[in-house]
Design a protein around this ligand. Structure first.
Ligand SMILES: [Zn+2]
Length: 580
C-alpha cells in the first residue's frame, strides 16, 4: 500500500498536503463543530472528505486554479495589503497570479460560504465547505508560502512531497487529532494572514531540518530504491524519514491539528456571520460530484415518502472515551459535560511560593511592572479613586505599582501567603475560582500569565475569565497579560547558577499545556513543575467575548506595540465591559 502511495507521489509533485492529509483535515474538522452544525455536516462527511482534494484534481484543467494554492511571500514586498482590492491597486493581477493568491482566495471563498449559509443553499454550502478545507489546508503548509517550494533553490529537491505527503503518511496515524471545539474568529482576514505568516516562519526549519537529517543519515543512506512496474524509482529511506520527522519536533502534527481546528472554526464563523440560519436536517440527497440545485438526486437510501434513515443523533448520548478515529458524534459533548466536575487541584503552584522562584527570576523587577502600569493607565484613563483588582498578584509588584498611583487595590493570590504590599491594599489568600469580592472594580488585572497557571482543565480557565468579567463594573476594564505561546521554545534545556545554586530548567509542551520542570541543587536536588495553559489570541478573545466583554486592544509587549503571533513576547488583551 505504502509503495503505491509513494509511487503516486514520486510521479508528480503533489500540491498542498498529500491527499491523505487533505482528506483527514476535512473529515476530522466535522467533529470539532458544535451540535447544530455537527448535525448538519455529519451526514455529508464522505462528500466533504472527497471534496478535500477536488481543487488539486482540477489544477491542470483551469489556468486560474494553480495560483489559488500558494503565495510566494518572498517574492512580494514586505508590506503586502491584506485586502484584495488594495493588493490590486499596488500590483497587477498578473503579478499577483504569478506569485500566488492563496490568502485572498481563501477570504473570497469564506465570504461565498457566508452567502451560501445566508441563502440556505445546502449544495453550495457543502461544496464550498469542502473545497475551502483544501485551501485552508494548503495555507498551513510552510512550503506553500515560498518560491523555494520544493527546495529547488537550495539543492533540496523533493522536500515538498517529503514534508507534506511522505511524513504524514508514514507517521500520521500516530498523531493526536483531539483539537477541541471550534471557535468563532474575530477577524477572518487577520486569521488567514496569521496562518500564512506562521507557515512562512516555519520554512527555514523545514529546510534546515532536511539538511541536518541528510548530514546525520548520510547521502548514501538518504534514499532507497523501489520497484515500480518495470522501473526502479528512488525515494527517501525509512531511516531518513524517521530522522527528519524527529528533527521537525512535531511540526507536521501541529500544522495538521491547527488546520483541522481552524477549518471547523472557519465553518462555524461563516455560519455565525450569516446570522446562524437554521439548516435543513439530514437532507434527502447525497450530493454528487458537482451538485447544482436543479440536478440534485434523492438519496438512493431514502424512499419516495421521505428519509427514514436513522439519525446518528439518536444514538448513545455520549461515550466515555473518544479515540481516533472519532466516529461518534458526541465526543465534544462529552468533553463539555465534564465541566460540571469539581475543581481540580492546582498543579505546579508550589514553585511560585518557593524562595527559588524569586532567586531565579529576580530580574522580573518592579521597573517592568511600573512601566506597564503607566502605559496601561494612559490608555484606560481611570477615575481617581478607582477600585482595582490584581487577580493572582504573586509577590505583589503590580499591586504595588497600582497602589502607588492612588488606586484602591485588592490583591488575591492562592499561593503566596505574605506578598509585599503597601498599607491600604487588601490582600486575600484565596483561590480565584471560589473567592467572591464584595465589590466590582474599575480595573481587573490578570498580570504576568497568572491566568492559566496551575489550571488543569480548559473549562476552569474559561470559568475564571467569566468570574473576572463579572467582577468588572460596567464601563470598566479587564486586562489579561499572557505570554505569547508561539514565542516559547517547544523543548529546551537550560542550566543556570545563581548565588552558588544550580538550576536545571527543562521545557516541553503538549497540545494544551506548556510545561517547565525546574530542578534546584541546594545542594540536594528539589524538583518543581510549572504548568501554563496554551492560550492563543483567539482563545482569549473567545473567552472574553463569551463573558460579555468587548476586546478593545491587543498588545504584544509592555509598551503597547500591536500583537504579532510570530514576534511579540507577550499577548495582552484589553477588554471593556459595555455600560449596559
Ligand atoms: Zn492545493
Amino acid at each position: 500500500m505504502r509503495i503505491l502511495l509513494w509511487i503516486g507521489l514520486l510521479s508528480s509533485l503533489s500540491w498542498g498536503w498529500g491527499f491523505w492529509a487533505h482528506r483527514r483535515i476535512n473529515r476530522l474538522a466535522v467533529f470539532g463543530l458544535p451540535d447544530t452544525l455537527f448535525a448538519f455536516y455529519r451526514p455529508h462527511i464522505e462528500y466533504l472528505t472527497r471534496l478535500a482534494t477536488k481543487p488539486d484534481e482540477r489544477r491542470m484543467a483551469f489556468p486560474w486554479e494553480p495560483p489559488r494554492h500558494y503565495i510566494d511571500l518572498d517574492r512580494y514586498p514586505t508590506e503586502l495589503p491584506r485586502s484584495w482590492k488594495e493588493a490590486t491597486t499596488l500590483l497587477t493581477v498578473d503579478t499577483l497570479n504569478a506569485h500566488g493568491i492563496l490568502p485572498w482566495h481563501l477570504e473570497h471563498e469564506f465570504w461565498e460560504l457566508v452567502e451560501a449559509f445566508r441563502s440556505q443553499n445546502v449544495p453550495r454550502i457543502l461544496k464550498l465547505s469542502g473545497e475551502i478545507g483544501h485551501y485552508l489546508g494548503d495555507a498551513h503548509v510552510p512550503l506553500h508560502t515560498t518560491s523555494n517550494y520544493n527546495g529547488q533553490l537550495t539543492g533540496q529537491q523533493g522536500v515538498h512531497g517529503l514534508w507534506e505527503s511522505l511524513i504524514p503518511e508514514q507517521f500520521g496515524e500516530g498523531y493526536d487529532y483531539w483539537v477541541g471545539p471550534a471557535r468563532i474568529w474575530r477577524s477572518v482576514r487577520d486569521t488567514i494572514w496569521t496562518i500564512i505568516t506562521e507557515s512562512h516562519a516555519l520554512v527555514p526549519i523545514v529546510l534546515s531540518a532536511e539538511r541536518e537529517a541528510t548530514r546525520r543519515v548520510g547521502e548514501e543512506q538518504k534514499y532507497t530504491y523501489r520497484i515500480r512496474g518495470r522501473q526502479t524509482v528512488r525515494t527517501y529511506s525509512e531511516r531518513f524519514l524517521t530522522v527528519y520527522h524527529a528533527l521537525l519536533e512535531g511540526m507536521v502534527e501541529s500544522r495538521l491539528r491547527r488546520a483541522i481546528h481552524r477549518l471547523a472554526s472557519l465553518w462555524l464563523t461563516a455560519w455565525h456571520i450569516a446570522g446562524r440560519p437554521p439548516l435543513p436536517p439530514y437532507t434527502t440527497f447525497e450530493p454528487e460530484e458537482e451538485p447544482l440545485p436543479d440536478t440534485l438526486r434523492p438519496d438512493p437510501r431514502c424512499g419516495e415518502l421521505g428519509c427514514t434513515l436513522p439519525s446518528p443523533y439518536n444514538q448513545e448520548p455520549f461515550i466515555q472515551k473518544c479515540t481516533f478515529p472519532l466516529t461518534l458524534p458526541s465526543c465534544w459533548d462529552f468533553m463539555m459535560r465534564s465541566s460540571s466536575t469539581p475543581l481540580s487541584r492546582p498543579v505546579g503552584v508550589e514553585w511560585f511560593a518557593s524562595p527559588y522562584y524569586h532567586l531565579l527570576y529576580a530580574h522580573r523587577d518592579d521597573a517592568e511592572a511600573e512601566g506597564f502600569v503607566q502605559t496601561l493607565l494612559e490608555r484606560l484613563s481611570l477615575p481617581l479613586p478607582a477600585f482595582v483588582l490584581d487577580a493572582g498578584c504573586g509577590e505583589g509588584r503590580y499591586a504595588r505599582a497600582l497602589a502607588r498611583r492612588g488606586f484602591l487595590v485588592d490583591a488575591v493570590d492562592a499561593v503566596i501567603s505574605h506578598p509585599n504590599l503597601p498599607e491600604g491594599v487588601r490582600f486575600f489568600q484565596q483561590d480565584l475560582r471560589v473567592w467572591e469580592p464584595d465589590r466590582q472594580y474599575h480595573l481587573v488585572g490578570s498580570f504576568f500569565t497568572s491566568l492559566g497557571i496551575g489550571m488543569q482543565r480548559w473549562d476552569e480557565v474559561k470559568g475564571l475569565v467569566q468570574r473576572l468579567a463579572r467582577w468588572t463594573r460596567p464601563g470598566g476594564w479587564l486586562v489579561i497579560d499572557y505570554l505569547n505561546i508561539y514565542q516559547r521554545n517547544t523543548t529546551s534545556f537550560e542550566e543556570r547558577v545563581i548565588q552558588g545554586i544550580r538550576f536545571e530548567i527543562e521545557r516541553w509542551q503538549d497540545n494544551f499545556i506548556l510545561y517547565k520542570r525546574i530542578t534546584v541543587f541546594d545542594p540536594t536536588p528539589q524538583t518543581f513543575e510549572e504548568r501554563i495553559f496554551k492560550l492563543t489570541e483567539g482563545d482569549l478573545y473567545q473567552m472574553v467575548e463569551r463573558a460579555g466583554l468587548e476586546v478593545r486592544e491587543t498588545w504584544g509587549d509592555y509598551h503597547a506595540a500591536p500583537f504579532s503571533a510570530m514576534e511579540s513576547p507577550r499577548l495582552i488583551v484589553i477588554a471593556q465591559k459595555p455600560l449596559s
